[in-house]
Design a protein around this ligand. Structure first.
Ligand SMILES: [Zn+2]
Length: 161
């Protein structure tokens, strides 16, 4: 559907054939070495199969808030947690992950943060002072999605069909 570019594009995920992946999965989308030597890693954390399923926006929003807050209870190298506009997953950007055990250690941290989502009693910062659309949240939806993702942990490292 729609026009498909054949050349290489600037954005890494635009060069990923979304028909060939097998969600749920976690993969390294990009790494960048900074001039000072620090290495930035961006993980593609895919919850639902592209073009077959998606998360509802209030679920995405509550997952974003809760994961972004809780993951920082476990580690201090998270730069950013961002939802994908297609509502199928999130990007997690971290610094110097190799010094902290690389991908496997990141998966443990991710699992811990998702466990925190499952047991959360409220969405952090879901109010009009701290959020841009405080009415658009669904904690139960976020918890259901987090549990479903956790239940499939054995499949996280199988990225392709
Ligand atoms: Zn918000």
């Amino acid at each position: 559907m729609g026009q498909q570019s054949t050349g290489r594009m600037n954005v890494e995920s635009f060069n990923l054939d979304h028909r060939t992946v097998a969600a749920p999965y976690v993969r390294v989308a990009d790494t960048k070495q900074l001039p000072g030597g620090a290495v930035i890693t961006k993980y593609d954390v895919r919850f639902t199969q592209p073009n077959e399923g998606h998360l509802e926006m209030p679920t995405v929003h509550s997952l974003e808030h809760t994961m972004a807050e809780k993951i920082r209870d476990h580690v201090d190298n998270v730069i950013d947690v961002s939802p994908m506009g297609c509502q199928t997953g999130f990007y997690f950007t971290v610094v110097n992950q190799d010094e902290r055990g690389g991908m496997l250690a990141f998966l443990d941290v991710l699992a811990a943060a998702l466990g925190d989502v499952v047991t959360a009693t409220e969405v952090p910062a879901a109010n009009e002072v701290q959020c841009g659309w405080a009415a658009s949240h669904d904690l139960a939806g976020a918890q259901q999605a987090a549990q479903a993702f956790l239940d499939q942990r054995d499949a996280w490292q199988e990225v392709h069909r």
